[in-house]
Design a protein around this ligand. Structure first.
Ligand code: ADP
Length: 523
């Protein structure tokens, strides 16, 4: 396994997987929290509606006790004063009635009201209703016998009652004295005058509590003034116990708890995902840096072996020929001369390598002094080619130099030539068969350029990204074995960047490469 792969695996296992696991766990936990809060909230709303219903029941129970006390077992003929007070205080009660015994018929019903006109018009309907609901009365008696006082709505279909509701219950202390009693109530008035104020207290400006008519779905009362919302907009609905055709509904004012929880969940979600993205980007950057360092270390070790190899060959030749000369084993003067030439050439080669390394380390440390001046590209290239002509032809190269106009740039004259020679040397080194070279110059986007084009081995897209790295050498292909240090292009890149220029390459494997050097144009 390569070191980079190992680092990638370590980073993934140690950081990425735990972080992603944690995120997934947290995200699933978020929706669970939301459900829990929702459930608690729902229960709270239910409790509020329950207490509103309970309150209505309490009112009725207090009415029942007052009625029982006022009427006793014997029904009085006149309106007893305590009952009168109750009717005066509670205008929603239109009529209080009591039967003379448990067998109901019209004549046996005694009624009390503040408004005799209303009383007369509805008493008969009540009596008829009672007569039609014998079963219900029997049931109430059964409850009463087991000590349970219940008040229920009497189902009536009589038009004279209009929207009034009849509520009945049993009074009396023993089965023999049981009588049916009841109230005729205006439910709207009951809700508005008695339940409403209580709902206001419960709502505490946090909720909107309303009483709806189930058939029309419109609200009969709402804690919010001028509320026109219908039954459907309530968050939770419960039956109104005493008036089954009414319903109690509740909804929240402003942003609801669900919205708040949802908002919080969304914020947490965004934060978690954001953190994960940052982590992934950070890991990617760390990985890229580490990969670069590993690559550099690898290139360095290759460099050492490349340089040793390059130095060993000339050293071996020099030592062999020097020894031969020393021992006077050379047959002729001509051979001697040949050997001296070889020794001198190999020494030059060694010097070349050493100079290259020294130059590189000097440039890298920024110690190389540059003298930026106006340089005429065509003139410098022509003079360089004149010196290099023999070398190129000797290597079997044909070359052309095209320049229609002179291009003047700001550059360090000496290093400019050095850089072009570097590119030409590479072109020679990496062109095995097609030995043609062309140099051209021009201007583009305010820069002057020199292009060195060969028709040699070319460079793959992957290698093009790395050839300007320190010590990097292409390790595959026919020419991979050719001697080199991997410093040349990196050296050129450093030099040109110090002169505010840049280097670029355009290459296709098997077809050749073109290297471009860009310099700032001189005024
Ligand atoms: P060196 O030539 O000493 O290996 P360089 O930095 O000059 O180092 O080049 C880096 C690599 O780029 C070389 O190993 C070679 O594979 C590739 N390269 C450079 N110039 C050319 C070229 N003209 N044609 C093909 N490959 C090239």
């Amino acid at each position: 396994m390569t070191p980079t792969k190992r680092i990638a695996i370590i980073l993934t296992v140690v950081f990425l997987i735990p972080a992603l696991f944690f995120s997934v766990y947290e995200i699933s936990g978020l929706s669970k929290d939301e459900e829990l809060i929702e459930e608690i909230y729902q229960k709270q709303l239910e409790a509020i509606l329950f207490s509103a219903n309970q309150y209505s029941d309490d009112i009725l129970n207090s009415w029942i006790s007052k009625t029982e006390v006022a009427l006793g077992t014997e029904s009085a003929d006149d309106l007893p004063p305590s009952l009168e007070t109750m009717l005066t205080l509670n205008s929603s009660i239109k009529l209080v009635f009591i039967s003379k015994d448990t067998i109901i018929h019209h004549a046996s019903l005694k009624s009390y009201s503040l408004d005799t006109l209303v009383a007369n018009s509805i008493r008969e309907s009540v009596a008829r209703g009672l007569g039609e609901n014998g079963l219900l009365i029997q049931q109430l008696i059964k409850y009463k016998k087991s000590g349970f006082q219940k008040i229920v709505m009497l189902p009536t279909s009589n038009e004279s009652l209009a929207h009034l509701q009849v509520l009945i219950f049993i009074v009396g202390s023993s089965p023999s004295s049981f009588k049916v009693a009841g109230f005729v109530v205006d439910p709207d008035a009951f809700v508005n005058q008695l339940v409403g104020p209580r709902l206001q207290v419960i709502s505490k400006d946090q909720f909107i509590l309303s009483v709806y008519d189930k058939t029309t779905k419109a609200n009969v009362y709402s804690t919010l003034t001028l509320d026109t919302a219908s039954l459907n907009s309530a968050k939770l609905v419960s039956d109104f116990w005493i008036f089954p055709n009414y319903a109690l509904g509740i909804r929240t004012q402003g942003s609801s708890i669900q919205q708040l929880v949802q908002e919080r969940t969304n914020t947490n979600l965004v934060l978690l995902i954001g953190l994960d993205v940052i982590l992934i980007v950070a890991l990617f950057l760390v990985f890229r840096n580490v990969k670069k360092e590993v690559q550099l270390a690898q290139n360095k070790s290759d460099f050492v072996s490349n340089v040793s190899h390059e130095i060993r060959t000339p050293l071996a030749l020099i030592s062999m020929f020097a020894e031969t000369l020393e021992m006077d084993r050379v047959p002729s003067e001509q051979k001697k001369k040949e050997y001296y030439t070889i020794i001198s050439k190999e020494t030059q080669r060694l010097t070349g390598i050493v100079n290259k390394i020294l130059n590189f380390s000097q440039t890298e440390a920024g110690r190389k002094k540059l003298n930026i001046e106006r340089v005429e590209l065509a003139k410098e290239i022509r003079s360089m080619l004149a010196t290099y002509d023999f070398h190129l032809r000797n290597k079997g190269f044909e070359y052309t130099f095209e320049s229609t106009t002179e291009v003047c740039v700001n550059a360090d004259r000496e290093t400019l030539v050095e850089m072009i020679i570097n590119l030409v040397d590479n072109a020679i080194k990496y062109s095995a068969d097609n030995k043609r070279l062309s140099i051209s110059i021009g201007t583009k986007d305010g820069m002057g350029w020199v292009a060195v084009k060969d028709n040699g081995a070319g460079i793959s897209r992957h290698d093009q990204k790395h050839i300007f790295d320190k010590f990097y050498r292409v390790s595959t292909g026919d020419l991979a074995k050719s001697p080199g240090t991997g410093l040349g292009l990196s050296f050129v890149k450093q030099l040109i960047e110090q002169q505010n220029g840049k280097i670029a390459v355009d290459s296709e494997p098997g077809k050749g490469s073109t290297f471009y050097l860009y310099f700032p144009l001189a005024q």
